[in-house]
Design a protein around this ligand. Structure first.
Ligand code: BMP
Length: 222
């Protein structure tokens, strides 16, 4: 499945409903700090228990020294299969320690390499050669790259053929379902367009249909 749903600004009750409604139609759930800080880690553990077979991602966007990133990752160990960190902090004493820790724990590392907002061009995209070097050294399981700028997805697809690419920016931020998949992403992350819909399951199924249509089109053109 190619859809990951972001749980950010939802109440615990809404999250429980969403996970129940979406468990069989999504690849996984990306849980953001707004939700974890308001609902608490125990609540996320319980949510995961309601849909244990999917990929659960702790989106803490870690950006610290390795020791602290490890401590934070440990806080998510009870429920997360994967942890997202920023790539710009570099390897030695930073991401290297986090990567070793996660590998020992059997968890996945996902690195942000470019972001979906326009300001990402200021630093992240200009630094792409340096970011790509970090990716080469660490060989993380996954990368976050923006659905809003498919050229960045294509760039990292070429540079990191082994990596899963997760693309946010679909729906509320303007990218259409399937555009990022056409550029080489493996999954599209959708938050508000699904979680804020009157019928989230119908919204998720519609997004999946649109993804398939778009993929058919771009495959036919290539
Ligand atoms: P929405 O579909 O509601 O815009 O949510 C997008 C989700 O993807 C949010 O959880 C956000 O933190 C995340 N995200 C993003 O929007 N852009 C990025 O570059 C990286 C992200 O993780």
């Amino acid at each position: 499945m190619t859809l990951i749903v972001a749980l950010d600004r939802v109440s615990l009750q809404e999250a429980e409903q969403l996970v129940g409604d979406l468990c069989d139609v999504v690849e996984g759930f990306k849980v953001g700090l707004p939700f974890v800080l308001s609902a608490g880690v125990k609540a996320v553990e319980k949510l995961r228990g309601a849909c244990p077979s999917r990929l659960w991602i702790a989106d803490y966007k870690l950006a610290d020294i390795g020791y602290i990133m490890r401590l934070i990752a440990e806080e998510a160990a009870s429920w997360a299969d994967a942890v997202i960190a920023h790539s710009f902090v570099g390897v030695d004493g930073g991401l290297g320690e986090l990567a070793e820790h996660l590998a020992r724990e059997g968890k996945k590392l996902i690195l942000v390499v470019s972001m979906s907002h326009p300001g990402s061009r200021d630093v992240y995209d200009r630094a792409a050669p340096y970011i790509a070097a970090v990716v080469d050294r660490l060989k993380p399981w996954g990368l976050v790259a923006p659905a809003t700028r498919p050229e960045m997805i294509a760039l990292y697809r070429r540079r990191a053929p082994w990596a899963k690419i997760l693309a946010p920016g679909v729906g509320a931020q303007g990218a259409g379902p399937g555009e990022a998949l056409c550029a080489g992403a493996d999954y599209e992350i959708i938050g508000r367009q699904v979680t804020g819909a009157p019928e989230p399951r119908a919204a998720a199924l519609l997004a999946r249909r649109r993804q398939e249509e778009r993929l058919r089109l771009c495959r036919a053109q290539s």
